[in-house]
Design a protein around this ligand. Structure first.
Ligand code: DON
Length: 573
């Protein structure tokens, strides 16, 4: 591919500037003809301009999509601290332009001292705080091992080169954006019990103001150890000692052995097909791929192009698909090593979709069942990035700390936030209540087990060519957000930005209701859905999808960034 001979710095700065202009010009709601970001060769879309730009520079230097994803993910750990991380975990789908796609699982694991009833107090009562807000809620982090494994198998540029931009930004600092300033201010109360967290994310106890410089020197030192030694710079030596000291001083159970034994895993992606498009998505311990493929299989039996975006008929058919697939998610899915018998082949088969389709009644909601329980708490702070390189190799990566800023605990001396992912395990055996808890077996806490996730990094291809990379944060809503970006592109023929901007909705079996984004659906449609006997709930926003779509006619990349959350950006060349 021909490349312009401008310096990387100038070229990249110009590209970013051009993209930011395009992004600011976009309206927040779906409007006909919203314009995506464009790039000819390679592109990164993520929740932070610094991260996307650093990733795009890697592409320009000849790095692969995986190289760029590694850099983008490390920079996000500095500039998007609510979800970008080295103390959490996630999933990466890689689709090389030729050859087989692969899934990398770097989900956190339960420490060896964890057990099924650890979330109950001495009287056998469920302790939500322990489950979600304590040193016990921290799973053994997977991000560093996962990024390194994906790089070892598919990277080209040196590891240290890829980590360096994150070190520079952590050490020199970066100006706090309006979005980050507001976010940090709203979290200060939660950070208060943790002196190290307050020291890192406040300005002497006062909220950072937009434009003030946030430096993270301990984090820079940890990232330097990772740059120099790879995973050993995190899972062994000084970083490991600091994590274990943090744990032992505060009632946590992650040991040196847990860290030393952590392993990221290469898995076979879940592969589905939708109207001739290949759907390549994440297998368990993510529930994403299996649930997404079930919903698409059901929907393939209907002409959604004809029933159109946002009509009551389309929303009804999609909500009924969601209801059925989310029921199976709750009953069957968990860590694959702990649940070797999961009926994945059946759940993702066309025959099963036909069966499910037959139970869908036109213009009438199916009541979700007798069991009127609510779901347990699940936060909605995670982050997704998509990368396509000049060879049309693609990465879709979603990773998380679980809650916004995870446990809120920064490891003293190491400068990074720890996840509270243990909260994604079910609370206790059999504890399924109307008040909001699910105690089904496949996802109960066990030593060394990975907790079930909804993160759904996904790549779509057709006739051997890349079509799109998509994914989103949003807890359980993730799978439905990803579903809607795919339906928007494949059925409604939207460009990348339109597909991201379009209004979203969500049904998850229980609670038995559709939640929908305010101001994005016609009141007439909502009225019709009420007539079909749906309970409706208005919410302000759902997810934050960052997608890349290939305009195959022009061989151009379209970036769709989500303005539902601040600081998002596409960068490319
Ligand atoms: O793995 C999961 O499904 C959750 N821990 C993800 C949480 C999440 O998406 C928060 N996002 N905004």
């Amino acid at each position: 591919m021909p490349r312009k001979k401008t310096t990387l710095q100038t070229q990249s700065a110009r590209t970013i500037q051009a993209f930011l202009v395009a992004i600011i010009a976009l309206a927040p709601q779906l409007q006909a003809g919203t314009t995506p970001a464009y790039a000819t060769h390679g592109m990164v879309v993520s929740q932070s301009g610094y991260a996307s730009e650093a990733g795009a520079k890697v592409l320009q230097e000849g790095g692969t999509a995986v190289d760029a994803a590694v850099t983008t993910a490390f920079v996000l750990a500095v500039t998007h601290p609510s979800a970008g991380n080295i103390g959490g975990g996630g999933f990466l789908i890689y689709r090389p332009n030729t050859g087989l796609p692969v899934a990398y699982d770097f989900r956190e694991k339960a420490p060896v001292a964890a057990h099924e009833i650890m979330w109950l107090d001495e009287h056998g009562k469920y302790d939500k705080n322990k489950h979600h807000n304590s040193h016990l809620a921290v799973g053994v982090p997977g991000t560093v091992a996962g990024l390194h494994l994906a790089w070892k198998q598919n990277g080209k540029l040196p590891w240290a080169r890829l980590v360096q931009p994150s070190i520079d930004i952590a050490r020199n600092g970066f100006p706090v954006s309006h979005g980050l300033a507001r976010d940090l201010e709203s979290r200060l109360k939660r950070f208060q019990p943790y002196a190290t967290t307050m020291a890192q994310f406040s300005n002497d106890g006062k909220p950072y103001q937009p434009g003030e410089i946030l430096k993270q020197t301990d984090l820079a030192a940890t990232l330097t150890r990772i740059a120099e030694s790879g995973p050993a710079g995190f899972y062994q030596g000084e970083t490991a000692e600091l994590i274990v000291a943090e744990m032992t001083a505060n009632g946590g159970i992650i040991s040196k052995e847990d860290l030393a034994k952590y392993n990221a895993v290469e898995r076979k992606p879940i592969i589905g097909s939708y109207r001739g498009y290949d759907i390549i998505s994440m297998p368990p311990p993510s529930s994403g791929g299996v649930t997404l493929v079930q919903m698409l299989n059901i929907l393939e039996g209907y002409d959604l192009r004809k029933s159109q975006f946002g009509s009551a008929e389309t929303m009804h058919l999609m909500a009924e698909s969601m209801r059925r697939a989310y029921r199976n998610r709750a009953l069957h899915l968990g860590d694959p090593e702990a649940n070797p018998e999961m009926p994945i082949a059946k759940l993702t088969s066309q025959g099963y979709a036909l069966e499910l389709r037959q139970s869908i009644v036109p213009r009438k909601a199916t009541p979700s069942s007798l069991i009127g329980f609510e779901w347990p708490h699940e936060s909605d702070e995670t982050t997704h990035l998509s990368v396509v390189d000049a060879g049309r190799n693609a990465v879709s990566l979603t990773y998380t700390l679980e809650n916004s800023y995870g446990s809120g605990i920064v490891v003293t001396g190491a400068g990074f936030l720890l996840n509270n992912e243990m909260g994604d395990f079910n609370p206790a055996p059999g504890m399924t209540t109307e008040a909001g808890l699910i105690g089904t077996k496949p996802n109960l806490t066990q030593p060394g087990k990975r907790m079930l996730s909804s993160m759904t990094p996904t790549i779509v291809a057709k006739d051997g060519e890349l079509v799109m990379a998509t994914g989103s944060p949003g807890g359980r809503t993730i799978i439905n957000t990803v579903l809607q970006t795919i339906v928007n592109v494949v059925d409604h023929q939207m460009n990348a930005q339109e597909a991201v901007d379009a209004g979203r909705f969500h049904h998850q079996w229980f609670p038995d209701r559709i939640q929908y984004e305010e101001q994005r659906f016609s009141p007439d449609t909502l009225q019709l859905l009420k007539g079909y006997k749906y309970t409706l709930k208005e919410i302000d926003r759902q997810g934050s999808a960052h997608i890349i779509v290939v305009d195959r006619k022009r061989n151009v990349l379209e970036g769709g960034v989500d303005h539902r959350r601040p600081d998002t950006a596409a960068a490319g060349y």
